[in-house]
Design a protein around this ligand. Structure first.
Ligand SMILES: Nc1ncnc2c1ncn2[C@@H]1O[C@H](COP(=O)(O)OP(=O)(O)OP(=O)(O)O)[C@@H](O)[C@H]1O
Length: 306
């Protein structure tokens, strides 16, 4: 897992005044499932387009398999499969026939189709027309197309977006299956919860900048705890907390959760709440979910930023 299959060095892209991607240094280890995370508009798609040579960087560079993309884009990208947006299929043709069209165009081998249908678990439905496919099945067909030329890496932009919970679950299992088959996966998402169970590496971007890169356990270790505050006046308390610079992780009729880094910070917060005179019936200092951490990291950047 030490070798990096993909790296970027100070990768940047400006659109006029906007720094859509700002000095990004990504390292994607071979064999990993890399979760590339960020809120909407953070710059994920622009980054992915640069990785695939579809958009020119304003600065910096991309290396695939240790070689600069610009040196041999065709040769290097042959080894990379991608799914950026839902491909347009022929709805009146079957899944198999849609794959056959692409295979012929790309000059692949006939038995490649059976291989990819098996990989994505679409064998049973291969002979149904695509207009009868669910969204999840369409996504899997897209993956099958991306896998046709036996890529060593798959780059997927928001592949789980808008799938139902069962579809999300199936897609996660598929990612793990592909990883077991030796494929490295680079997957973007705006929701950590979609891929936190399968990602072996996480990169988080916010406003074009990389604000975290590491394993899920490193992320967890960096942002370990939250304070759950019990109160009958959650609205007032949340306004006050925001004024103190705290993002709200979660709020309901009786509790507000905020991120807290240490017991000391927790004790200070207890004191401040009491001085402010809010009716607090309990405070609990507890573990935080990865999703909570993601919200914390991205919203903290939001406050300290522009
Ligand atoms: N061709 C373009 N011209 C001008 N601005 C652009 C262009 N493409 C992207 N942007 C801007 O760059 C920023 C990053 O967009 P990008 O699509 O990369 O983000 P994203 O993280 O993929 O978000 P989403 O998940 O919403 O697609 C946004 O502010 C977007 O409006």
């Amino acid at each position: 897992m030490d070798k990096n299959i993909l790296q970027t060095f100070s990768l940047s892209r400006n659109f006029g005044e906007l720094k859509a991607v700002d000095n990004l240094d990504l390292s994607v280890p071979e064999g990993s499932i890399y979760g590339f995370l960020g809120p909407n508009g953070a710059g994920k798609t622009t980054t992915i387009r640069m990785l695939l040579g579809l958009v020119h960087p304003s600065n910096g560079q991309v290396t695939w398999f240790g070689q600069p993309l610009v040196n041999d884009p065709i040769g290097l990208l042959k080894r990379v499969g991608s799914l950026i947006e839902m491909p347009s299929y022929y709805p009146h043709l079957t899944g198999f026939e849609n794959l056959e069209v692409i295979r012929r165009l790309s000059g692949g081998k006939k038995n490649d189709i059976a291989r990819v249908l098996h990989l994505v678990g679409l064998e049973q439905d291969a002979n149904r027309v695509v207009r009868q496919y669910s969204l999840g099945m369409c996504q899997r067909l897209g993956l099958a197309i991306a896998l046709l030329n036996q890529p060593e890496v798959l780059v997927l932009d928001e592949p789980i977006n808008s799938l139902d919970p069962a579809g999300i679950h199936e897609m996660r299992e598929l990612f793990q299956h592909l990883q077991e088959e030796g494929v490295t996966l680079f997957i973007s998402s705006h929701l950590l919860s979609e891929i936190d169970q399968v990602a072996t590496m996480i990169g988080i971007i916010r406003k074009g900048k990389l604000i975290f890169q590491g394993t899920p356990s490193e992320l967890r270790a960096q942002y370990p705890r939250r304070l759950s505050i019990g109160t009958d006046r959650p609205e007032d308390v949340s306004i006050w907390l925001k004024g103190q610079g705290y993002p709200i992780l979660q709020m309901n009729n009786h509790h507000i959760d905020i991120p807290i880094r240490s017991e000391d910070e927790s004790a200070k917060m207890n004191k401040k709440l009491s001085i402010a005179g809010f009716p607090i019936f309990e405070t609990r200092y507890e573990s935080i979910s990865l999703e909570g951490i993601f919200l914390q990291v991205t919203s903290r950047e939001n406050q300290s930023g522009e």
